[in-house]
Design a binder for this molecule. Structure first.
Ligand code: C2E
Ligand code: MG
Ligand code: MG
Length: 402
């Protein structure tokens, strides 16, 4: 049973009339804590401020100035833990896509409303509200400093985890993606989202990439000696592509390791790719000339994806997990997935689907002829020492169930 007094609502819409209407509807349903805002900036101030701490935001997508999608990005930055209801005059498809975008940011969406808003539909969505789950540590994510990260790097607290990339057609393990973790003495295993940007802003990203790549290449060589020939993928930050020595450092490390560049995959995230122009382009092209494999990561989440594809000779395209999981049952996702797939095909790139979480995702890749799969359905990222054991179990699974 919904406890109405626990719901602290913020309604954000640029139309004063709409705000009035919403506040009336909510009041008549028995929701008494309602704050009204007509623009994103004021709303953010309200949320950050000492006062109201909303745990449900009714958000209009179409606003002049800061639109709803941009507003959501800011919510992510301030670690908003409450829920959202999206409101728009746009068509169903648009709302579904927006909902997906928000969910990709791990914010809970109770649903969406078309304008004009109908009270019964609003009430139905309100009833889905549940109190935000308090994760430990509560509400604010820990923010690490560059100094802390430097110490961690100097004392070998960064460890590589590896997630398999497998052939959809045969089940064969073709490669691994390296995903760095911070084995923190007090906080446990810290995920990269909490420290990669710290590395970028404090000038540590080149050193970090160097460490990750060195570890990964050594590991690949060890597996090679154990008879496993794998492609080894490493994530590259946009900031790595700012200085021209990057080409030398990658190719020197690779030469020393004895792993041929054809088996080294550099995954670049598209959304960060668009910012600058010349240096990244030159660096990526030179790496490609040296036969490294270039992969465009999180495809579909950036803004200028098509321009990037035109300008940079990528070998591999990774369809973002947001368009893969549930794509078999959701029309919009499915359309995005299939479009990305056919685009990659036409450009002669290999396609990896990320976020393959269950059997229905896997079956869709099979039916549509996707090349590679990666995701929890196959395996979570794991420490190097678990890998050989996993390979054996995976072979069993392939021969029995896939
Ligand atoms: P990414 O390159 O897109 O990596 C995939 C992320 O999705 C990983 O998160 C992985 O654990 C997660 N994942 C894998 N399978 C599934 C699935 O089936 N479902 C879901 N929901 N998630 C799945 P992780 O390890 O937390 O890494 C996050 C991001 O951090 C990576 O995204 C990458 O952009 C960045 N990153 C990781 N290692 C490095 C690094 O060494 N250097 C740089 N610059 N960035 C890194
Ligand atoms: Mg990646
Ligand atoms: Mg990705």
């Amino acid at each position: 049973m919904l406890q109405k007094s626990a719901v602290r609502i913020l309604a954000l819409d640029d139309e004063p009339f709409m705000l009035k209407l919403l506040s009336h509807m909510l009041a008549s349903m028995g929701f008494n804590s309602v704050t009204l805002c007509d623009n994103g900036l004021t709303a953010l101030d309200q949320i950050k401020g000492p006062g109201i701490h909303p745990n449900l935001i009714l958000l209009d997508l179409n606003m002049p100035g800061m639109d709803g999608i941009e507003f959501v990005r800011h919510l992510v930055e301030i670690n908003y833990t409450g829920s959202l209801i999206l409101i728009s005059g746009e068509d169903e498809r648009m709302l579904q896509t927006a909902e997906k975008l928000v969910q990709a940011h791990k914010i809970q969406v109770l649903g969406h409303l078309h304008k004009p808003v109908k009270p019964d539909v609003l009430l139905e969505l309100m009833e889905r509200w549940t109190p935000p789950i308090q994760v430990n540590p509560p509400i604010v994510k820990k923010v690490y400093t560059g100094d802390e990260l430097r110490v961690a790097m100097d004392s070998a607290q960064l460890v590589n985890y590896y997630q398999p990339k497998v052939s959809v057609a045969s089940g064969e393990v073709l490669g691994i993606e390296t995903l760095v973790r911070w084995q923190h003495p007090e906080d446990g295993l810290v995920l990269p989202d909490l420290f990669i940007s710290v590395a970028e802003t404090s000038g540590l990203i080149n050193d970090l990439t160097r460490m990750v790549l060195t570890q990964a290449l050594n590991q690949a060589k060890e597996w090679q000696q154990a008879g496993l020939i794998l492609r080894v993928a490493v994530n590259i930050s946009m900031d790595n592509l700012a200085s021209l020595d990057f080409v030398d450092f990658v190719s020197d490390l690779t030469t020393i390791s004895g792993v041929p560049p054809q088996r080294v995959v550099l995954e670049v995230t598209e959304s960060r790719l668009m910012k600058d122009t010349r240096a990244p382009l030159e660096i990526l092209t030179r790496l490609r000339l040296k036969r490294f494999r270039l992969s465009i990561d999180d495809f579909g989440t950036g803004h200028s994806s098509l321009a990037q594809l035109r300008d940079i000779p990528f070998d591999e395209l990774k369809i973002d997990q947001g368009f893969v999981h549930h794509a078999s049952s959701n029309e919009t996702l499915r359309a995005m997935y299939e479009t990305s797939l056919s685009l990659a095909r036409q450009l002669g790139m290999e396609v990896v689907a990320e976020g393959v979480e269950d059997r229905s995702d896997w079956d869709l890749l099979k039916a549509t002829g996707c090349d590679l799969a990666q995701g929890f359905f196959i395996s979570e990222p794991m420490p190097a020492e678990d890998f050989l054991g996993w390979v054996e179990r995976w072979k069993e699974r392939v021969s029995h169930e896939l």
